[in-house]
Design a protein around this ligand. Structure first.
Ligand code: PEP
Ligand code: MG
Length: 295
């Protein structure tokens, strides 16, 4: 199988009907990119920026963030790169940023909720991203969106950051602003989220919130099954909602890398997945055997 994977690794992915499927990669530690050939993927579907926020030296300044984002964009060349604003909280506590002592951090102030609570910190990340956007095909993504007004508030802060940079004479660009669809409140009524430039389904959190089985509690891992028909139905609803809105939709949760679950995703109409880099070959091989019928 290793030989078969190697043969398709640098080829564009298709399902058996010949329809093209975009296969992008998830990045959590950008140091890994040096050893990866950009030709294996259609871009980066998710950069988890928490790596910048976990240094014992404290929260990252604008320059540190700008350099990190720029390096990733330069690696990708013309290919799209979706960088997610910091998703602190829940399973990803950050000293000096997340709120201690919440009774249930997964249902608390995490992701974009926390960024909107801490606009001074959010501002630095948005400035760094707008500056880095000069160096590639950048999209910004908000985690844990629950209501449309969160997109409006983040968009206003992005606009303000860009106005500041322009007034300071610092080169920058306004990237498209999209959202993770990982809270059921969004997946049930995606058509209300037309303010987003794109959707990326976060199946890890969407599964935990739909099944009420925490992703970090091993005893309920079997219930937290991304293949649950309710999760698949929500994904289909998101794909259909995106089509009605005329926006792109992809999936960046772990189920996109699971050959057992890819047929259900293709049947739900999905045609873009973002997976861990070591899974790219396996995913491309698995896709080639899927009819995609039912979409
Ligand atoms: C997800 O929730 O599916 C996702 C991709 O984000 P994370 O695993 O970082 O929460
Ligand atoms: Mg998530």
């Amino acid at each position: 199988r290793v030989g078969a994977e190697a043969a398709v690794l640098r080829e564009p992915a298709h399902i058996a009907s010949g329809e093209r499927v975009a296969v992008l990669i998830n990045v959590a530690k950008p140091d890994e990119l040096a050893a990866i050939d950009p030709a294996i993927c259609d871009g980066i579907g998710l950069v988890r920026t928490e790596f910048l926020f976990s240094s014992p030296a404290g929260l990252p300044d604008e320059e540190t963030q700008y350099r990190a984002y720029r390096t990733i964009l330069e690696w990708a060349g013309d290919k799209p790169v979706t960088i997610r604003t910091v998703d602190a909280g829940g399973d990803k506590p950050v000293a000096g940023l997340t709120i201690d002592g919440e009774s249930n951090p997964f249902l608390g102030t995490r992701g974009v909720r926390l960024s909107l609570e801490r606009p001074a910190i959010f501002r630095l990340q948005l400035r760094a991203l707008a500056r880095a956007a000069e160096h590639g095909n950048l999209k910004i993504m908000l985690p844990m969106v629950t209501v449309p007004s969160e997109i409006d508030r983040a968009a206003a802060l992005l606009g303000a950051a860009i106005e500041e940079l322009e007034a300071e004479g610092i080169p920058c660009r306004r990237p498209p602003l999209g959202i993770m669809v990982e809270v059921p409140a969004v997946a049930v009524v995606p058509e209300l989220f037309g303010a987003a430039a794109f959707f990326s389904i976060g199946s890890n959190d969407l599964t935990q919130y739909t099944t009420a089985a925490a992703r970090d509690i091993a005893a309920v891992a079997e219930l937290g099954d991304a293949g649950h028909p309710a999760v698949i139905a929500l994904i289909r609803n998101v794909v259909e909602g995106a089509a009605k809105l005329g926006i792109d939709v992809s999936l960046c949760g772990d189920m996109g890398g699971d050959p057992q679950l890819l047929p259900a995703l293709m049947s739900a109409g999905l045609r873009a997945v973002s997976v861990a880099p070591p899974l790219v070959g396996r995913v491309k091989l698995a896709l080639a055997r899927i009819s995609g019928e039912g979409a």
